[in-house]
Design a protein around this ligand. Sequence first.
Ligand SMILES: Cc1cc2nc3c(=O)[nH]c(=O)nc-3n(C[C@H](O)[C@H](O)[C@H](O)COP(=O)(O)OP(=O)(O)OC[C@H]3O[C@@H](n4cnc5c(N)ncnc54)[C@H](O)[C@@H]3O)c2cc1C
Length: 443
Amino acid sequence: MLDRRPITDIHADLLVVGGGAAGMAAAVTAARRGLKVTLLERYGFCGGGAVAGLSGTICGLFEAHESDTAPPKKLVFGFVDEFIKRMNAKGGLTSPVRYGKTFTLVHDPLKWKGVADDMLEEAGVHIVYHTTVTDVLMEGGERIAGVVAYNKQGKLRVTAEVTIDASGDGDLAAMSGLDTFMGVNGVVQNPTMIFRILGVDVKRFLNRYGEDSVLGADVSEAIRQSNASGKYVLPRSKIFLFPTTRPNELLCNSTRVIGRDGRELNPINSADFTEAEIAGRKQVEEYVRFYRDQLTGCENAFVNDTGVQVGVRQTRQVQGVTTLKNEDVVTGRKSQSGIARSAWPIEMHSGEKPKLEWLFNDYYEIPYECFVPVKGESLLTAGRCLSAESDAMASARVTAQCFSYGHAIGHAASIAVLERIAPRLVDPLAVRAAVNRDGAQLD
Ligand SMILES: Cc1cc2nc3c(=O)[nH]c(=O)nc-3n(C[C@H](O)[C@H](O)[C@H](O)COP(=O)(O)OP(=O)(O)OC[C@H]3O[C@@H](n4cnc5c(N)ncnc54)[C@H](O)[C@@H]3O)c2cc1C
């Protein structure tokens, strides 16, 4: 078999694969430092899990408190603040919405696409949308020199001094044969098909259920009883519903997409991914039927949209020089080489009831070396494919942190290119200083 079309050659200082929160932040940061940056993204827009997966909120910005009356206390700063400012200017973000013991901001995914385009274009990033990386170019068996990608024009060969794997799934690391791992013995958190409903009387809904987007025990009990009655099939009883920036709308994080055999599906497996899309869409119909029948304010609700794809929380992670431990999260461990911070709970989506384990009045730091693959040269990771144990990943994977990782790794890659050193030799303190200069307030 031979594709006879000419191959397009591109050379960049930095290649970023994936335009999720992490990849976008990395690309913009490095381009602002003067690097020639190419970003490849398989969809026609940025945002990844937050937009294609419709995750819907920017979690991870605020501290958690035991008291239900404590006001929001912001903890994460820097690149994300510019994103928030631009989203607010377009009316694309809510003010802080209560989420259990902390807060989150609900975003409009359509506005996200525009803000990401603007930031990338203004920084001078060469964006190539609708392009999927299919292969890596290796040099000397160790160095990742670039990638081969495919789009409707044909094949692209992109070479770079440094490459960032921000694919979420650690695609490049896996293609390069580097060490990767998945969940606990291959079992990952369940995917969720997120959806939005319109026609909601949001005022009556909030009067009845309160301001907390994590719905209470009474709703969970109603779901269990509905299942027991045999009238519905609702595999998740603890659900999150968020009023959005748009009138009469709720964003619904409530499905738990499992296989016909009851397994948590793993989207790295193409059969599981396909089954997840089909099962996810069916579950959306079932949950909306339940909302219409049983939730105050939702009597006339209808589905406005579902994610472009089922939301994927966890797949491959890349074995790093350091691995964020579960204990680091629960003890609020600070690190000498910390380049980002998080106070988000361990939010483990597995089983009928997602587990939330809180870290109160504190935060932990994520070391630079969690993004440096243990083997392989000229490659860094950014985003949810960081090296972290399973519970730690269930905390460290949310959007505000992915912006922070991208910001930091964009600086690290810039230092590597500008000083002509291997990414693994970049001093984490220099990265920390660089993000602090951009307002991250880590010290
Ligand atoms: C159901 C669900 C609900 C969630 N809810 C929330 C929430 O409420 N709040 C919150 O803050 N976080 C939430 N999250 C987590 C958050 O959305 C993700 O962890 C975050 O988006 C990860 O960002 P990322 O940049 O690491 O990766 P991703 O967002 O996964 O981005 C990776 C990008 O790489 C692209 N890509 C992948 N492979 C290739 C390839 N081979 N070639 C080219 N491009 C490629 C993808 O298209 C994608 O755009 C949720 C996640 C899920 C799944």
